[in-house]
Design a protein around this ligand. Structure first.
Ligand SMILES: Cc1cc2nc3c(=O)[nH]c(=O)nc-3n(C[C@H](O)[C@H](O)[C@H](O)COP(=O)(O)OP(=O)(O)OC[C@H]3O[C@@H](n4cnc5c(N)ncnc54)[C@H](O)[C@@H]3O)c2cc1C
Length: 490
């Protein structure tokens, strides 16, 4: 098969609009409080810097904010979020979940039962599809929507990939059986339907082709640009061997699996979101995403969405290149923007190979990148086709994006814009955005406790420390519990 890549003519015309108008941001407060104290470095917001719709997000009226949350849930959430913020407890919990004690019969059942009734119950939607479906129904009564995530581990062989595909297909069926629009997306992990070793090999080959455009990849189909000028290529240090006939067959099987899932989503009119993972395999994930988007996203509303991790230094350039190539080809492309969840492993890998980390040098640079990419996408979808999911717990980013959406005239309840938070995280932001009239989804993993353990470990890691993102939520929930207690007593 001949290599089919984007014609150079299109790439030449892709302009780097690095001057994207930023969100009306001073890029300041990271962990908002109810009334931010003035500080010498961080000037208090004035009407001149506050965007027009900044007041849309009201975190003052706690009764309204948490009106959908029963007191029992508030109590459990507060307890779980506090527990995940206590470092020694998180250290002990993660050690336990990774230790050999988990393999000792009897002990294992006790640990799993305690995890099930606490962290699992808080962060996950249920152990099987019917339970996840009832969680979505309950969520939908509160005005939020669900993103159904079938919890699976990375696949090592075709057998695991086939098993995982059946789970993803079943997720589409479950979503279709739920009230219309209560599910915003079905999520897929490419690492679950294509063997990891093949994704690594494909990523190496794609990187090498970026270094040397004459390097031929016979299996490669039309795709948007995966790399930018500044993309790090250190993972691939020597010219990789072409795919073996067996690898080509495995790739064909992976293509068929993804095609079957995409077609099922097209038939169900259910958008499909591809999650982003480590940079060692992300080029191949982007390749699957973009080549499928070219086939399936020909209508106004995109079906296949990719994910951009804005903690990566090259994220903004890559987003612009891919989005503009999609425009030139008449494809409606959707992106989920996240900061990124693999910070420490990315830095460790780069360091072990003698390179600097691909992650922004400062957290402020990551915040700026997320906000700039949001601004770019909001401006873009205001003028034309495409979609964006702003997946963040950062209240400042939510506030800025809400104001920007208002400024560019996207309107609130708009199918092109979705805010998203993880199930069990940032309830205040979710309800604040929803009360302001935006579409808001919760990312809801489901599956047996053992299978979603890696996900739970990431949640524990992310919430650790009293300054973690969940601090804002904990503070508001405590206040609301106090308010309810007072109302009950007096
Ligand atoms: C709906 C949803 C879907 C998601 N899907 C994915 C996915 O597909 N792939 C993926 O990788 N992640 C995904 N995530 C996780 C996400 O990437 C973040 O890990 C998480 O949401 C925290 O970022 P935040 O935007 O909420 O920001 P904040 O609450 O502000 O957290 C900022 C975090 O950024 C990190 N950080 C980034 N850059 C730096 C830096 N230079 N220095 C120091 N710290 C830094 C810190 O660890 C800090 O905790 C998803 C999150 C959500 C809500």
């Amino acid at each position: 098969m001949a290599t089919r890549v984007i014609p150079p003519r299109i790439l030449r015309n892709v302009s780097y609009n690095t001057s994207t108008k930023p969100l009306n941001s001073t890029h300041t407060s990271l962990l908002p409080t109810l009334s931010p104290p003035p500080s010498p470095e961080v000037p208090p917001p004035t009407s001149a810097v506050l965007p027009p719709a900044a007041d849309d997000l009201n975190f003052q009226d706690l009764r309204k904010l948490f009106s959908h949350v029963p007191t029992s849930t508030l109590l459990r959430s507060t307890a779980v979020l506090h527990a995940t913020a206590v470092d020694p407890l998180v250290d002990f919990g993660t050690w336990l979940m990774r230790s050999n004690l988990m393999h000792v019969n009897g002990l294992r059942d006790i640990f799993l039962a305690s995890i099930r009734h606490t962290f699992y119950h808080h962060f996950c939607a249920g152990e099987d599809a019917p339970t996840a479906a009832s969680s979505i129904r309950a969520l939908n009564h509160t005005g939020l929507r669900g993103m159904l995530v079938y919890g699976v581990e990375d696949a090592l062989d075709n057998e695991a990939c086939d098993r995982n595909l059946r789970g993803f297909l079943r997720t589409v069926d479950v979503s279709r059986s739920l009230p219309p629009s209560s599910v915003s997306f079905v999520i897929v992990k490419i690492t679950a339907i294509c063997p990891m070793s093949l994704l690594e090999r494909m990523s190496d080959l794609l990187r090498w082709q970026h270094k040397d455009p004459s390097f031929s990849l016979p299996w490669k189909q039309d795709c948007f640009p995966i790399f930018s000028e500044s993309s790090p290529l250190y993972h691939t240090r020597s010219r990789p061997e072409p795919l073996t006939p067996e690898e080509e067959r495995d790739l064909e099987l992976a293509n068929q699996r993804f095609l079957e899932l995409c077609q099922k989503c097209v038939n169900a009119n259910m958008p499909l979101m591809v999650d982003a993972e480590h940079t060692s395999v992300q080029p191949a994930i982007d390749y699957f995403t973009y080549s499928s988007a070219i086939v399936h996203n020909r209508v106004e509303n995109p079906i296949v969405f990719g994910t951009m991790q804005t903690y990566l230094k090259d994220a903004k350039e890559r987003l612009m290149l891919a989005a503009e190539a999609a425009d030139k080809m008449g494809i409606s492309m959707g992106f989920k923007l996240v900061r990124g969840a693999y910070m420490s492993s990315e830095s460790k890998l780069a360091e072990s190979l003698g390179y600097s980390s691909p992650i922004h040098n400062t957290i402020q640079d990551t915040h700026n990148c997320f906000n700039d990419c949001s601004s770019f996408m909001l401006e873009k979808i205001a003028k034309g086709p495409g979609g964006v999911v702003l997946a963040t717990h950062n209240v400042e980013s939510g506030r800025l994006a809400a104001a920007k959406a208002h400024e560019v005239g996207i309107g609130r309840v708009n199918h092109k814009l979705e805010f998203a938070q993880l199930h069990g995280m940032s309830e205040a932001l979710s309800f604040g955005l929803s009360n302001a009239g935006f579409h808001v989804s919760k990312y809801m993993p489901f599956g047996p406790v053992e299978t979603v353990m890696p996900y739970l470990l990431r949640r524990a890691e992310e919430n650790r420390g009293m300054l973690a993102a969940s601090g804002f939520d904990r503070q508001l929930m405590r206040k609301e519990l106090g308010r309810r207690l007072k109302a009950a007593v007096f």
